[in-house]
Design a binder for this molecule. Structure first.
Ligand code: ATP
Length: 382
């Protein structure tokens, strides 16, 4: 097993702007790192450079202690697990797993020991004689991983392995991959455009936009302290609300009213004019259900639409924003590949709420969770 080090990696196709632009990521031995971002952000290119299927224009790639920029793929000892698993339909599970060992002309007893060990780890022992066509998607995925295990690869690389599965199977497979990766302790790099996969699988997540690394952090850090508007809008479902805002004294003026944010946060946004406040839907509450109504963070808002989901209720509140904020948010929506950024406030409330469409709702907001962004740079000021 090995650490993987990307140092100032650049990839240019022709003379357009780089598909991967000066990306540096240190992946520790045994770590599970996710590369995530909207279509075209360069995540597959980055993975293909690691595995050796794509030349590196500039920068340095090391695996373990060794710089591997010019090493052909077969000498890098990495196992790529493809979306379609690349299994041989006419071979049994046993022979599919054994395949790399047969290629290397390993003796039969060694093949047998390794295949049986791997299939025990992967709980495939009972299926060794079956053909891939008679396996579930999850079992096929495990066979593909089995093949990587017997090779004793230094790292697993996954490129959107779950993208053509239905939602239920995707959920199951996600859990399975996470469990196996922890059990095997093998360095893993995993590409996805799905933020839920990124958040649930990764020890750390690298968020990319247009070839540039936006933030590399644990899922919790990304959620709690997104570095900029892009990361804030990408991580979280429903997505974070973005509202025009201005700091006055220790208060934040929002379209629905004023919220007390305390000196420390206020100081970071004071005298900066119009800002964008970021508030996650789940950081609002129905003030009539709690005793928080009198602490200075409540306001009244006209509810336009309500969706009841049982354990929670989404309420939608339209708001007006100045043209410059609207323009900024439209640009952000484009960057995010239209991943559902909304031009109305969305609040996620306890399912017990009796808030109704067409009425004013009394909402409480957790002021400690409000982020303030610089509208031009997108930087999180708080
Ligand atoms: P997706 O999720 O859609 O696969 P991605 O984030 O994996 O996207 P890449 O496939 O890495 O993105 O592509 C990054 C950029 O490089 C894109 O603008 C893409 O058009 C460009 N690109 C990728 N491969 C080539 C190529 N062989 N020749 C020219 N440009 C390419």
């Amino acid at each position: 097993m090995s650490a993987i080090k990307l140092k100032n990696i650049v990839k240019r196709y022709g003379d357009g702007f780089p598909a991967v632009n000066d990306v540096s990521i240190d992946i520790a031995d045994g770590e599970f790192v996710i590369l995530v971002g909207p279509s075209g952000c360069g995540k597959s290119t980055l993975l293909r450079m690691i595995v050796g299927l794509e030349d590196i224009t500039d920068g340095e790639l090391s695996i373990g202690e060794k710089v591997v920029n010019d090493l052909p793929p077969r000498e890098r000892n990495l196992a790529m697990v493809f979306q379609n698993y690349a299994l041989y339909p006419h071979l049994s599970v046993y022979e599919n797993i054994a395949f790399p060992l047969r290629l290397a002309k390993a003796p039969d007893d060694e093949v047998d020991t390794k295949v049986r060990e791997a299939s025990a780890t992967l709980e495939l022992d009972e299926h060794l004689e079956r053909k891939p066509g008679n396996l579930s998607g999850g079992q096929r995925q495990r066979v593909a991983m089995g093949r990587a295990i017997v090779r004793e690869a230094d790292a697993f690389l996954f490129d959107e392995p779950l993208s053509n599965l239905d939602a239920k199977l995707r959920g199951q497979m996600r859990t399975e991959i996470a469990r196996l990766q922890k059990k095997l302790g093998i360095t893993t790099v995993y590409v996805t455009h799905d933020q839920t996969e990124a958040m649930t699988l990764g020890d750390r997540v690298a968020v990319l936009k247009k070839g540039v690394l936006q933030q590399l952090a644990t899922p919790r850090e990304l959620y709690e302290n997104p570095g900029n508007l892009f990361v804030a809008g990408f991580i979280g479902s429903p997505p974070m609300n973005f509202l025009p805002a201005e700091v006055e004294g220790t208060q934040l003026k929002l379209p629905f009213g004023t919220v007390e944010i305390g000196e420390e946060k206020a100081a970071k946004g004071r005298d900066k004019g119009l800002l964008i406040a970021g508030i996650r839907p789940e950081h609002f509450e129905d003030a009539s259900l709690s005793d928080k109504a009198s602490d200075g963070s409540t306001f009244s808002a006209p509810v336009d639409f309500v969706e009841w989901l049982g354990h929670e209720t989404y309420a939608y509140v339209p708001f007006e924003a100045p043209a410059e904020v609207k323009e900024r948010l439209a640009e952000l929506e484009k960057d995010l590949d239209g991943e559902g950024l909304r031009t109305q406030l969305v609040v996620s409330l306890d399912g017990a709420t009796t808030i109704k469409q067409g009425e004013d709702a009394k909402l409480w907001v957790d002021a400690s969770k409000i982020h303030l962004f610089d509208p031009s740079s997108g930087e999180n000021l708080t």
